[in-house]
Write a protein that binds this ligand. Structure first.
Ligand SMILES: *[C@@H]1O[C@H](CO)[C@@H](O)[C@H](O)[C@H]1NC(C)=O
Length: 249
């Protein structure tokens, strides 16, 4: 069972609606039969801008990405455990690159594929339960490092009308983060028992794939929420027909 992820992102002063696109973002024409190629090209160019953040558009800095709390519990199965992460800082999005963009303006559905070479998640953890049948308890600092990640992000959207303009609001955000390798380091496991702690860290790294499987819903959900919040901040400020004009003048 996945418990809620609490994400708090810095909110800038209230900005006005009806803003133009940030100058760095060049729009693609909706009528362009190669819209997705155009959007991918522009996505590659503008992703670093988004990651740096822009107060004028309420976009927080995303490297490091700060997440107040993230919890996952595996349910009462025999391998069940629950982890609570706090004061998380996630590093690595500055090196993200867009790989795939799919817009479906009829179905109002959008999918992005993004590659992230390395994601390092640092913070405080508290864990209890069993990991792959081994009992585990602990509370301390954690470093989870995920290498060569495929990040898929998709959403649907609806329109909202204000002052004669339509704005889009995204919903049903879904994210999947798939690493090619994961490293874990949990300090102070088993009340600081060095031998048990070292053995458990080794065990988790040997079985990184299974361990990641149980954490990935929480990590993916955090991503979905964060990207969703940020996107809706921009789309609440810039009219849909400015972001996605029918034609480019
Ligand atoms: C986190 O772990 C990775 C992989 O083991 C390592 O390269 C990195 O230096 C660690 N970062 C910190 C801050 O400990």
């Amino acid at each position: 069972m996945l418990k809620p992820v609490f994400v708090v992102l810095l909110l800038a002063a209230v900005a006005n609606a009806g803003l133009p696109l940030p100058s760095i973002i060049k729009p693609c024409a909706r009528s362009d039969p190669n819209f997705n190629d155009c959007a991918l090209q522009h996505g590659k160019e503008t992703l670093p801008y988004f990651v740096k953040g822009d107060r004028n558009y309420n976009i927080p800095k995303m490297d490091p990405l700060e997440i107040t709390e993230m919890s996952v519990s595996d349910g009462p199965s025999q391998s069940g455990f629950s982890i609570n992460f706090r004061d998380v800082k996630m590093y690595g999005l500055k090196d993200a690159s867009a790989e795939k963009v799919e817009y479906d303006f009829d179905q109002k559905h959008v999918l992005y594929g993004i590659r992230v070479p390395a994601l390092t998640i640092l913070g405080k953890y508290e864990i209890s339960g069993r990991i792959l049948v081994l009992p585990i308890t602990g509370k301390g600092d954690v470093n989870i490092t995920l290498l060569d990640n495929g990040l898929t992000f998709s959403f649907d959207y609806v329109f909202e009308y204000r002052d004669g303009e339509r704005y889009y609001m995204s919903k049903n955000h879904k994210a999947v983060v798939e690493p090619s390798k994961a490293f874990y380091r949990f300090t102070n496991l088993f009340n600081g028992d060095k031998l048990l702690g070292t053995q458990m860290n080794e065990f988790m790294n040997e079985n990184w794939r299974e361990v990641y499987k149980s954490m990935s819903p929480s990590i993916s959900e955090a991503f979905a929420q964060v990207i969703g919040i940020i996107m809706n901040r921009v789309s609440a400020l810039v009219p849909f027909d400015v972001i996605y004009p029918e034609t480019i003048p």
